[in-house]
Structures are given as C-alpha cells and as structure tokens.
Ligand binder design. Structure first.
Ligand code: ADP
Ligand code: MG
Length: 270
C-alpha cells in the first residue's frame, strides 16, 4: 500500500475554523471508505479531540455507526529546550510514519500559533489548507497590504513559515506541497470588502503559490453540530435530530465544492 497522504490544516491565527474543517475532511474521507488517521496538535485546546469524543458518544448513545478516525492528541510543550524540541520532533515523525503505513490519509489539525511541531507539521504536509476569516485583519498573517492602493506589499509571517516549510521539503527532495487558502464565515451579502478580499487573495495566491477557495458562509449550525460530534455530511444520513433546511443544503454544497477541490488532489495518484 502507498504511504498515506498528509493533510495539514494550519494558520497562525485562532478561531478561523481549522478544527471544524478538519472534522469535515475526516468524515468526508471516511465516507469514501478511506482509512483515516487524525492528529490534534492543539492538545491544549483539544477542539478536534473533543469533537471526535462527542462523535463517539453520539454514536454509542444512538446505536449508529458514524465512523471514526484513528486519533492521536499531542500537546506541544511550553518553551522547550533545543533537546526537547528534537526529541519531540523525532517522536512525532515516528508516530507519523506508523500512521502513514496503516492509513490512506492523515489529517493534522494545528494550533493557531507557531511552535517547533507546528513547523514540522507544515514541512511534512502534502496538502496544506489554511482557513481564514473573511476580513482584512485575517489577511494580515498572509500579506502586508499597502493601505492606499490596497495592493500586496510583502508576504506576512505565516506566509513566511509556509515558505520555510517548502524550502525544507525541497532540500529533502520531497514533492512540493499544494496550498489552499479557504475563506470561512463569508457574509451572505456581497460587499465591497468581500470583493476586495477575493481580489487580494487571487493576487497573493499567484505571488506565493496557493489556490484561493471560496469558502463557507457564516452559519450557526456548526456550533450545534460540534456538541453532537456531527458534520454537515451526516445530516440526512443518520438520526441526527437536525432537520435539513435550505441553509444546510447551501452549506453542504459549499462544503462539497471545497472538499472536491481538495479531495481530488488527495485521493488521486501522487
Ligand atoms: N462557517 C462558520 N459559520 C459559523 N461558525 C463557524 C464557522 N466555522 C467555524 N465556526 C465556529 O467558529 C468557532 C471556531 O472554530 P474552530 O473550528 O474551533 O476554529 P480554530 O480551530 O481555527 O480555532 C467555533 O465555535 C465554530 O463552531
Ligand atoms: Mg482548533
């Protein structure tokens, strides 16, 4: 069997929808009968871990087979020494190697902050997905924007982290990662700001090599789904207690087009 592909969900910013997207990706692949492993590198917050635990509990209480990944939680140390960094890094790579042998895909959710393991995860990513909230403030980690002309001045600090990860891959002669930047919590009305963000993302994507994706709208349903350990993909498939509304149908279409864009990359050949 070929080695499992590594999909990393990352951004140097909290609350952009990383863990929510990670869970939806996991369920999407499980439903395609793939063997999926997941790693929560944000063990301190543990959102993905809790999401998966909620799913296991819902599955048990309602006697339904929802499908679960092989899951690992990692808590990154505070202020590690150089030696601790290299020990933790080696342990992480070993675990990853084992998971890659046994799974088709490994989805790694990261914390919204820089750390040694955060950088390592980016360097092993075959596919990187960065959700961003739909605002110019969120764009700041990707690029410095010239305020008068609203053009891209220079890459932001997260874009530099990704660039360094790409360099490491090139040195190790690994194939280049594919990077997707996904807009999340997009407002329903098309505003001047919205159009501007899209234009900037397209310009920046061409410059620092990522594919911008039109993302998910702002919807309250995501919070309710988290508590039950469910995703948009489960509604209508199982007894979820959630009635399908027009908003869910639209959300699911948005999600499908995102997952297809990413998924085709991840399940197709090397
Ligand atoms: N498209 C969306 N619409 C509304 N709420 C969302 C959306 N995506 C995520 N959320 C909510 O935003 C919060 C942060 O999401 P989360 O996935 O935990 O972000 P991160 O992992 O980047 O910190 C959660 O309460 C989640 O339910
Ligand atoms: Mg998270």
């Amino acid at each position: 069997m070929a080695e499992g592909k590594i999909i990393v969900i990352g951004n140097e910013k909290g609350g952009t929808g990383k863990s929510t997207l990670a869970m939806h990706l996991i369920v999407w692949f499980l439903r395609q009968k793939k063997k999926v492993a997941s790693i929560d590198l944000d063990g301190r917050q543990g959102t993905l871990t809790h999401y998966i635990q909620n799913r296991a509990a819902y599955s048990e209480t309602h006697h339904i087979e929802l499908g679960l990944p092989e899951h690992l939680t990692v808590t990154v140390r505070n202020n590690p020494t150089e030696q601790e960094c290299s020990e933790d890094g080696a342990a992480f790579c070993k675990q990853l190697e084992t998971l890659q042998k046994e799974n088709d895909l490994i989805v790694i959710d990261t914390a919204g902050a820089d750390s040694h393991l955060f950088r390592l995860a980016h360097a092993v990513a075959d596919i990187l997905i960065s959700p961003i909230n739909d605002s110019l403030i969120d764009l700041d980690v990707l690029a410095k924007v010239e305020p008068e002309t609203l053009t891209v001045k220079a890459p932001g600090h997260y874009a530099q982290t990704v660039w360094q990860a790409r360099q490491k891959r090139a040195k190790a002669r690994k194939p280049q990662m594919r990077w997707f930047v996904l807009r999340n919590r997009v407002m329903h009305v098309s505003t001047h700001n919205e159009k501007l963000i899209w234009k900037l993302l397209e310009a920046l994507g061409a410059r620092i090599n990522f594919t911008p994706l039109r993302g998910l709208g702002e919807r309250i349903i995501f919070r309710e789904l988290f508590l039950k350990g469910l995703t948009l993909l489960d509604i209508g498939q199982f007894k979820t207690g959630v009635t399908m509304s027009m908003a869910h149908v639209t959300a699911r279409q948005e999600l499908r087009s995102i997952l297809q864009a990413i998924g085709e990359e991840s399940v197709s050949g090397d």
